[in-house]
Design a protein around this ligand. Structure first.
Ligand code: GDP
Ligand code: MN
Length: 379
């Protein structure tokens, strides 16, 4: 789950990171009022969950409240990479002498978070990493030990930060780490951390990504979630407790168990087919979930056939079958469906399915072959 810039910066501020004064607005009038209250120049910044806002015209420097109003209107009318701008942040403008990059993310290879700093801030860090990787200083943080004083010094020295700023840098680096750790983040980034004209450090941009698997204990953050731009099918699946990932193929897959779902995708590939999704309805899926899963699969316009591969264990074949029948009564579709049902109560399940027009298969390879043919319109 991504957080907006203003949300990220407010979290950083709670941990002692200095940020500009500012407020968010949803209308140009509100933006003007905020600019008046702040006094002086402000930056009007689109709050959308994609990068490259500046280049898309989503960040403007305003010299007066009237100008702030005008830019807010322009920016609120924008669409950035397909996303509408519903919110702008009005921040006190900073005078920038230098831009630094600071970021923490998980280094899976090292099995530890990694703290990165670069004197080449402000620009896209991926580009710095690709062209001049030596400009990025990295220290790994042991999750139990936390960020150590000497590591902060290594970072400060590594980016040749003037000595006069090391004390402030220490507070900011430790604050960023605490923000990362305490919010179950997978990314906490300040780009740029600026050196102001009066020689202080300030975070003018902020970005955080929270681990979705931790949202159950990050309830406050979860409530602030902005769903604009997230995959609708994946959100619906989450509501029904299904694990769903959209893919590019044309055969919808409904499978119980993640391992079996992967094997199903493999075997489709082996027979020249291509899965439209990964879907694990889980062990013990009920009628309701099966129906929800089928609806999600059929909403994808690319789907030309659906393959049900159900291995009854805890999941009972008759229950899955009832779910399919219930869903098909409600959803009218001509999409061909192939079903392979084995295990617990599969006999009862097959009897229930006999009343539908479904194509049955005894083995997984037969089911895969039939699905591939069905998707090509050959069945
Ligand atoms: P991003 O493009 O989405 O990463 O947005 P940023 O907040 O990082 O802003 C992009 C760039 O705009 C920064 O790197 C700065 O160069 C500039 N910028 C942002 N805020 C200010 C400000 O308050 N004053 C000035 N002069 N420039 C700013
Ligand atoms: Mn930035």
């Amino acid at each position: 789950m991504k957080l907006h810039e203003y949300q990220s910066k407010r979290i950083f501020a709670k941990f002692g990171v200095p940020i500009p004064k500012g407020e968010v607005a949803t209308t140009p009038e509100e933006a003007k009022k905020i600019a008046q209250d702040l006094g002086g120049s402000v930056v009007v910044k689109s709050q959308v969950l994609v990068g490259g806002r500046g280049k898309a015209g989503g960040i403007k420097l305003a010299k007066s409240p009237d100008e702030a109003e005008k830019y807010a209107k322009e920016i609120l009318d924008l669409e950035i990479k397909g996303l509408p701008v519903n919110l702008v942040l009005i921040d006190e403008a900073a005078e920038i002498n230098n831009e630094i990059y600071l970021g923490i993310t998980n280094d899976r290879g090292a099995r530890m978070p990694v703290f990165m700093a670069s004197a080449a801030g402000g620009v896209d860090i991926e580009e710095v990493a690709a062209t001049t990787p030596e400009k990025i200083i990295k220290v790994h943080i042991h999750p139990l030990m936390g960020l150590q004083n000497y590591q902060v010094l290594d970072l400060a020295a590594g980016i040749s930060l003037p000595r006069a700023l090391w004390k402030e840098f220490d507070v900011i680096a430790k604050g960023l780490w605490e923000a990362y750790k305490n919010n179950d983040a997978t990314l906490a980034e300040i780009n740029p951390l600026i050196i102001t004209a009066d020689n202080h450090l300030k975070a003018v941009d902020g970005k955080m990504v929270i681990d979705d698997n931790a949202l159950f204990r990050q309830k406050e953050l979860n409530e602030q979630r902005d769903l604009t731009g997230e995959n609708e099918a994946e959100l619906k699946a989450k509501e029904s407790d299904l694990t769903f990932i959209k893919l590019d193929g044309d055969i919808g897959c409904m499978v119980n168990g993640a391992g079996l779902a992967m094997a199903t995708m493999d075997i489709l590939d082996q027979y020249g087919g291509s899965p439209a999704n990964f879907l694990d309805i889980g062990g013990g899926a009920d009628e309701e979930q099966v129906a929800a899963a089928l609806r999600i699969i059929l909403e994808d316009e690319n789907v030309k056939a659906v393959l049900f591969n159900i291995f009854g264990g805890i999941t009972r074949g008759d229950q899955v079958a009832k779910g399919i029948v219930a869903a098909l009564k409600e959803i009218k579709t001509d999409i061909p469906m192939v079903v392979r049902l084995v295990g617990t109560n599969s006999e009862e399940g097959r009897e229930i399915l006999a009343e539908t027009k479904m194509i049955t298969a005894k083995t997984l390879s037969e089911a895969a072959k039939k699905s591939v043919a069905a998707a090509k319109g050959e069945l």
